[in-house]
Design a protein around this ligand. Structure first.
Ligand SMILES: Cc1cc2nc3c(=O)[nH]c(=O)nc-3n(C[C@H](O)[C@H](O)[C@H](O)COP(=O)(O)OP(=O)(O)OC[C@H]3O[C@@H](n4cnc5c(N)ncnc54)[C@H](O)[C@@H]3O)c2cc1C
Length: 416
């Protein structure tokens, strides 16, 4: 019997999981073995993470167990950290255990980019993991609990000033949900019975450039600003952050805000796989060919946030899940094609649209090039995301939580 080729996938996010799913038929045919390695034993659905951070969804709603996703498929799951990749020897180390491969897929994703701004890493909060989301939720509730008995108005205001840095989708979605969560906290739980008064809490969105959601058409950017105004968010546009200190953020020109909660969503930078040999890089990413193989390493493929493939405009593609998912199809195809000595396929990106939620019952976005905003878009946004989950178990769970949230307040019990 012919020896099966071993495909190892590093990273169980959008790129890695979708690649593995596309390879399942070939595992079942007995052509290949697939091993998927990820730091956690679950897939994290990042587009809904801000809802966990603001109490709209529970902690398990944005995760799906990798073992459950691949149950009965033959795909082997390893929870662990890949700490070395030896391209010349075609092997890698997972927490010190060696493993060889015939084809390797790197889909390690991205981490927060602080752009070397002093204090940004030390004094801001980010939203990349489930644990980030849970601690943000606690921090917001804590800010109100601590301010509740403070006599000094200025001190209360500092406690209850919420600053979000970054006018991209994550920053805008976060500040919108934050506005609704803080309003609910105040009106339902702290108004009247504590020292907190109406004008004590405030929300600010800072952006280096003059525009929010620059990837959307002008009409939707205008709608977004109007919506944020309704939610009470103060915009500071075209004002780059220069420094962050404990409970303080400085931005140009010579402006400053005192705030306990400073959230950073200004950009990402790739998590580089631990290659032991030099690989070609481009703009801080692993450079891949149009076929998504590493330059000079045809048996290694890269996709998602970590990889850079040239786009027709020369800038590369956005670091979004949709790109990673479309690339996964090409990577899976090319792995099989390369094993069968057939021609490889080039990656081309066809954006289906962009969706950004602006709190309850409002979203903006484009679908196949057409711009939409409002309640219908919000409903579409939710439905699209719901069907991205693998199992009906998760879909029902989220549907139930969203329905309950229409009638009942968020739970503000602290877990830690
Ligand atoms: C809060 C937030 C909201 C977002 N919202 C949207 C949205 O609404 N729409 C959208 O399209 N995109 C959104 N994105 C972006 C989207 O999540 C990414 O573009 C997408 O996840 C990229 O997929 P990936 O496979 O490259 O990386 P990821 O999905 O990040 O997966 C990488 C995986 O690799 C693992 N890993 C890394 N290094 C190692 C190692 N050495 N060993 C083992 N495992 C490792 C990581 O733990 C992770 O599980 C959002 C991102 C965030 C953080």
């Amino acid at each position: 019997m012919m020896k099966k080729s071993h495909v190892v996938i590093v990273g169980g996010g959008f790129g890695g999981v979708y690649t593995a799913q596309m390879l399942v038929p070939f595992v079942k045919q007995g052509l290949i073995e697939v091993t998927l390695i990820n730091k956690t034993n679950y897939f994290l659905f990042t587009p809904l993470l801000h809802e966990v951070a603001t109490g709209g969804l529970g902690s398990y709603s944005t995760t799906e167990s990798l073992r459950e996703i691949f149950k009965g498929t033959g795909v082997r799951i390893i929870q662990g950290v890949v700490d070395a990749i030896h391209l010349a020897d075609k092997n890698l180390s997972v927490d010190g255990h060696m493993m060889s491969y015939d084809r390797l897929v790197v889909a390690t994703g991205a981490q927060t980019n602080y752009y070397n701004i002093p204090g940004a890493q030390e004094y801001t909060r980010v939203l990349k993991t489930l644990s980030d989301a849970l601690s943000i939720r606690e921090e917001i509730i804590d800010a109100f609990e601590d301010a509740a008995c403070m006599e000094d108005t200025l001190e209360r205001k500092k406690q209850l000033t919420f600053v979000v840095v970054g006018g991209g989708a994550t920053g805008v979605e976060m500040v919108s949900e934050l506005a609704e969560f803080t309003c609910e906290l105040y009106t339902r739980h702290f108004k009247g019975s504590t020292r907190i008064e109406e004008g004590d809490y405030s929300l600010h969105l800072l952006n280096t450039g003059p525009e929010l959601l620059s990837m959307l058409p002008l009409s939707l950017r205008i709608q977004t600003k109007k919506r944020l105004d309704v939610l009470g968010v103060v915009l500071h546009l075209g004002m780059p952050v220069t420094e962050v200190q404990k409970d303080k953020i400085l931005f140009s020109p010579n402006e400053m805000l005192s705030a306990r909660f400073i959230f950073w969503s200004a950009g990402v930078t790739p998590i580089l796989p631990p290659f032991k040999e030099e690989v070609l890089m481009a703009m801080g990413h692993v450079k891949v060919t149009k076929e998504l193989a590493l330059v000079e390493h045809a048996d290694v493929f890269g996709l998602g946030d970590v990889a850079l493939v040239e786009s027709p405009d020369g800038k590369g593609y956005p670091t979004v899940a949709q790109v990673a998912v479309q690339q996964a199809e090409v990577v899976a195809y090319n792995i099989i094609a390369s094993l069968k000595n057939r021609p490889l396929k080039a990656f081309t990106y066809a954006s289906k649209g962009t969706l950004v939620s602006l709190g309850q019952w409002y979203a903006v976005g484009t679908i196949f090039g057409m711009a939409f905003s409002g309640r219908l878009m919000w409903w579409i946004w939710r439905t699209v995301y719901l069907f991205k989950f693998n199992s009906w178990n998760k879909r029902w769970g989220i549907m139930f939580e969203w329905t309950r949230a229409l009638f009942f307040p968020r739970d503000i019990t602290k877990l830690r």
